[in-house]
Every structure is written in C-alpha cells, then in structure tokens.
Write a protein that binds this ligand. Structure first.
Ligand code: NAD
Ligand code: ZN
Length: 372
C-alpha cells in the first residue's frame, strides 16, 4: 500500500488506491457538503436528500438541513426496511415531478436506503420483490452518496441491503451502485466510538474474509489485503477519540471494502451473521458479524485473535446473541438460513465445500453462539 496521507490536503490529492474497477465516480473532498451542493448547482439537477436524522444536531451538517427537498431517516432506530423504501417511493411519486438525483447522507443504512429508493422508483414492484440477485430491472435516477460513517463500502457497492418481511437480503444489481460518492473523512467526527468501532469491525471482516476466500479475483484479494492492513491499524489504535488520521484510513479502507466486494466474496462470518440477523430485527449487522467471528476460532484463528484483541483494547465487552433475544429455539431456523448462503460457503472452503459446510457443522456454530 502506498503512503497513507496524514492530513486532509494529502487525502484530496490521492490517486486511486484501489485496483478493482468500480462503477462509481469517487471524489476525495476536504469539504464534502459544499462539494456536493456545488455539484448539484453546477449540473442544474433537482436533488432529493435522504439524510440520517442524527446529523441534524451537528452544526457541520447545517447547510444540508436548509435544503427543502429532503427526508430524514432514523438509522439509530433500525437498519432500512423494505417498507421504508416503499413509503419514500410512494411519497416521491405523489409529487409533481420525480427528482433527477437521490442523495444519501449517512452511514451504510442511509446510503443503502437511497440506493434502494433510486432503483425502486424506476420499477413497478415493492422493494421486497427485488431482494435477491440477477433480476431484470430498469435504471432509476442516479444516486449520489456522502458517507458520514466509513467502513461498509456501501458508498460504491451495487448492493442495497434491506430488512424485508421474510428476510434480510440485498437488492443486488449493477443499477444499485451509486453514480457519485463524495468522500470527506471529516464528516465522521461526530460518530460515537461504539459505532465507529463496530462499523470498522465489519470493514475488517470484509477484508479478512476476502483475503481468505477461495473464489475471489486476484485484484479483489489485493485490495482486501490493503484494506485489512488499514482496518487493523485503526482498530489497534483504539477508536475512542475521533482523529483525522484514523478517519482517513477508515475512509480508504471502506472504499477498498467496496472495491474488493465487487470482485470478491466474503465467507463464513457473513453466512453465519445472516442467520443471526434474520432472527433478531434489532441486531445491527456490524455486531452480528462480530458475534459470528467469536464463534469461528477453529476456522479463522487469526481473525478470532484479532477480534478479541480489538474488543479488549477498546474496552468493549464481547457482544452476545442473547442480548438480542436469540435463544436455543432459533438454532434450526438460523442453520437453514446460513446453509442457504451457498456462494459464501464456496468462497470459504473452495472445492468440496458441500462436505465441509454440513448441517451439523453450522448447527454446532449456532449452539456455541447461543450458549456462549
Ligand atoms: P449505520 O448507517 O446503521 O449507522 C450506525 C449508527 O451511526 C446510527 O446510529 C447512525 O445514526 C450513526 N451515525 C452515522 N453517521 C454518523 C455521524 N456522522 N455522526 C453521528 N452518528 C452517526 O451503520 P453502518 O455500519 O455504516 O451501516 C450498517 C448497514 O449497512 C447495515 O444495514 C448493513 O447490512 C449495511 N451494509 C451494506 C453494505 C453494502 O455493500 N451495501 C456492506 C456492509 C454493510
Ligand atoms: Zn458486512
């Protein structure tokens, strides 16, 4: 990995640090809010903003709250649901004209919401109809994003993860990728250490799993190696206080998480986490993946060790499934959900994965999680 800048002027002067081709125009910025507002003016487009409501209290974001055409999303209450998408789409269709651009401002939850709204605006069904892969969809208005919490890579991935009535699953489609991502590491200064920590854990797991993957492309693995190094440095340095160096590393690691996801695939940690998420509506993704890794010591010994060290170093306790209402009664269902993630098991084990990711193997992991 080339030199990582230690200040914002170095960050804005960076050449692309990712290898995998990405469909999103990535703009490194020292003043993301001004830059995105200026771009809207210059391109003379009607923008509709979806903004994480937590930002209303932060003076840095004041210029966005003057915008008339916006809706607030409370990402602290829940990750985005298919119903949220349907309601926003209905509201936008009820207005005189559709927006030219949807702008998502927030963490992975709000950016995914904006991405889902964009694609659903152009298609007649409900959001739940489009959860899955390989669907024949029409292109919606372009989506621009301004991440205020870095780590998921949602700012560039063609995935909009949604909680639906039946399952938590993404709309996975090339048209779901944002057209523009304005990246300003200063925007995460107000994030609580707890959220900064766990979103960076998710980033670490994306990179870790893609590095170990048996089915990911060489470029994706190389991007993931760089991202793993950055995420590890951030997590080892402690995330209690905001500092600009860590914020730059986090923003860079997040982009690498997105780029490596395009050519790569995660593995067992994510497969197990989907079972947990489906059984616990209030369990954030970033905590679900952490709980999963803590039960995968045999499969991923170094990832397990890092995870324990990061948690201890940050003074956080080990998250437990029982804190989110998951008990013995969920094990069968969670096992079936996780076993359905065939591509992730294939990524984890490679050839002969069917024999390794057996029902007993997965069942025992959930048993450890529930009893842990
Ligand atoms: P998030 O968007 O859910 O936000 C977590 C918390 O941080 C919320 O309380 C939010 O209000 C707060 N927050 C965000 N920015 C803030 C700021 N600047 N100041 C203060 N508080 C702030 O968290 P996330 O981890 O970024 O996203 C999680 C979601 O992303 C999940 O739904 C997950 O499934 C999804 N995800 C998507 C992809 C993808 O490729 N699309 C990849 C990984 C995860
Ligand atoms: Zn993840």
């Amino acid at each position: 990995m080339k030199n990582v800048p230690s200040d914002i002027s170095g960050f804005t002067a960076l050449d692309p640090w990712w290898r995998t081709g990405v469909p999103t125009c990535i703009l490194c910025s020292g003043n993301g809010i001004d830059d995105i507002l200026r771009k809207i003016k210059q391109e003379d487009v009607q923008a509709f903003f979806l903004v994480d409501s937590v930002l209303e209290k932060q003076p840095l974001f004041a210029p966005l709250f003057i915008e008339q055409s916006k809706m607030l999303f409370n990402a602290s209450a829940s990750e985005p649901r298919t119903d949220d998408v349907d309601q926003i789409v209905e509201f936008l269709r009820s207005r005189d004209s559709l927006p030219d651009v949807i702008v998502g401002v927030g963490g992975g939850s709000t950016m995914d919401l904006a991405k889902a709204v964009g694609i659903c605006l152009a298609n007649p069904g409900k959001a739940r109809d489009y959860q899955g892969y390989g669907m024949d969809l029409k292109k919606g208005p372009p989506v621009w994003v301004l991440p205020t919490l870095n780590g998921t890579g949602a700012e560039i991935t063609p995935i909009a993860v949604l909680r639906g009535p039946e399952k938590k699953l993404g709309i996975n489609h090339p048209y779901a990728a944002p057209a523009v991502a304005v990246i300003d590491p200063r925007l995460s200064s107000g994030v609580k250490p707890f959220n900064r920590f766990f979103t960076m854990m998710d980033c670490y797991f994306h990179h870790y799993e893609i590095v170990k993957s048996k089915t990911s492309s060489a470029d994706a693995v190389q991007d993931a190696r760089d991202g793993l190094k950055l995420a590890t440095e951030v997590l080892d340095s402690g995330v209690q206080e905001y500092n600009v160096e860590n914020a730059i590393k986090s923003a860079m690691a997040s982009i690498l998480g997105g780029s490596s996801t395009i050519g790569g695939r995660v593995g067992a940690v994510h497969a197990i986490s989907y079972g947990l998420s489906n059984s616990a509506p209030g369990l954030p993704h970033s905590i679900a993946v952490t709980i999963s890794m803590l039960a995968l010591q045999e499969l991923y010994p170094d990832g397990y060790e890092d995870t324990v060290r990061f948690l201890e170093g940050s003074g956080l306790s080990m998250p437990k499934a029982s804190e989110y209402g998951i008990g013995e009664g969920e094990i069968e269902k969670m096992t079936s959900v996780a076993l359905g993630m065939e591509k992730l098991w294939q990524s984890c084990f490679g050839e002969g994965w069917e024999g390794k990711a057996s029902r007993t193997f997965v069942y025992d992991i959930y048993k450890r999680i529930v009893n842990g």
